[in-house]
Ligand binder design. Sequence first.
Ligand code: SF4
Length: 61
Amino acid sequence: MINVTWDKNICSHAGVCVTTLPAVFKIEGSQLAIDTSAADEEKIREVCAACPSGALNVDKA
Ligand code: SF4
């Protein structure tokens, strides 16, 4: 199981995460809700690496 953190001060709202993996990354108001159980760990890591601003960080839970 992995844990993904989101830094809203860094996020540029490019939307890569919510577009690529909408089951995991959802915008809720001004927050980003992240459900790491909704996709494979590898896929989630790919999306975090593709975030253009570096706002998504992956930790082992
Ligand atoms: S991919 Fe990164 S910059 Fe784009 S919305 Fe998601 S967290 Fe923000």
